[in-house]
Ligand binder design. Sequence first.
Ligand SMILES: CSCC[C@H](NC(C)=O)C(=O)O
Ligand SMILES: [Zn+2]
Ligand SMILES: [Zn+2]
Length: 408
Amino acid sequence: MNPQEEHPTVSIFREFLQIRTDHPTPDYESSTKFLVKKAEEYGIQYEVYRETGLPIVIMKIEGEDQTLKSVLLNSHVDVVPAVTESWKVNPFAATKDEKGDIYARGTQDMKCVCIQFLEVAHRIAKSGKKLKRNLYLTFVPDEEIGGTGKGMEIFVYTEKFKQLNVGLCLDEGLASPTEDFTVFYGERAPWWVHITAVGNAGHGSRFIEGTAVEKLMRTVNKMLAFRQEQSEKLHKCDHECGKKLGDVTSLNLTVLKAGIPQDHSNNYSYNVVPTQAEAGFDIRIPPTVNLEEFLQQLKDWTAEEGLSFKFASYIDKNEMTKLDSDNKWWENFKASAKALDINLVTEIFPAATDSRFIRNLGIPAFGFSPINNTPILLHDHNEFLNEKVFIRGIDIFMGIIPNLVNME
Ligand SMILES: CSCC[C@H](NC(C)=O)C(=O)O
Ligand SMILES: [Zn+2]
Ligand SMILES: [Zn+2]
């Protein structure tokens, strides 16, 4: 290839980035059409599964032994919205600068991995050599809005998923700003809690007792005190004991509502004590925390009369993938990394991915995006990935995935 020419897989990546799969109205029909066309071109078996209500593209490279558990490469095709005014380029144009940095929403999260997985399948199919196990690729919708409803949460309970007979799943990780690569073996449980307080009304000039806001504030303050404890645990300990964000419980007050609107012009009735006040928290709980005990903690925080809560996101089970010598997949993965001379760092993913639905079925899953020496820019403005890092990622996957699929 002429050094001036763009690597063909980079061109495919840039084309895929231009497909508008951003929320709130992801164009899944176009991404499906794109992937199907590639599968046809590469001679890879595929089907478009629509039973969950949105298209899931499933590709298969048949292995020698159908009785063995398969390897699943799962990626989501949707991306979060981009605030165009805050970007230095159009976030859906996949502009490449003189350094080879490609700017677009989804460069890191996770259209890079979609195309890397596709290229790995392409190379395996092209080689004509059969691997031991079945290799599947799934391209799923709606991960960015939780994977619930029509996404992975539903798909993993279908007969179709069962038929895939998955033994190991690879899914997204995060970019690493250093030379090392990060592998995620679990993630924190995302609990989104909406607390409502009701209390007494009255004139704003009086000392009204038992107001909704007062009750809510007491709870909010208890929860923020817990937040402070956890933050100190992370920050005070950072250098001494190497705690990472994924090892502590984070809690953010992300919704706060009270007050009686007066009209439609942002005015409030400042002299009316409102009877209702609400707070929403984004809580992320490490898999080492007992979720039943944490639920009890939440009940204790909201025990005062007039307070209630409901979940906007909740899981009562949060399995990790064990990284011990009994996990042959992990041993195999590590051996490949060693042969590639890359250094792996293992962590708990601080946010949520579709892997949680896989791990909760008891299936091991690794979150791994082969991106190093790159700032973590998922969901951020000016998200980018360098083309060389992207291409090296395919070689890294080629050094890992066939070994996993060939595992005895
Ligand atoms: C409750 S599911 C939400 C999923 C989203 N995932 C990422 C990677 O940002 C999150 O963690 O907020
Ligand atoms: Zn993602
Ligand atoms: Zn994301």
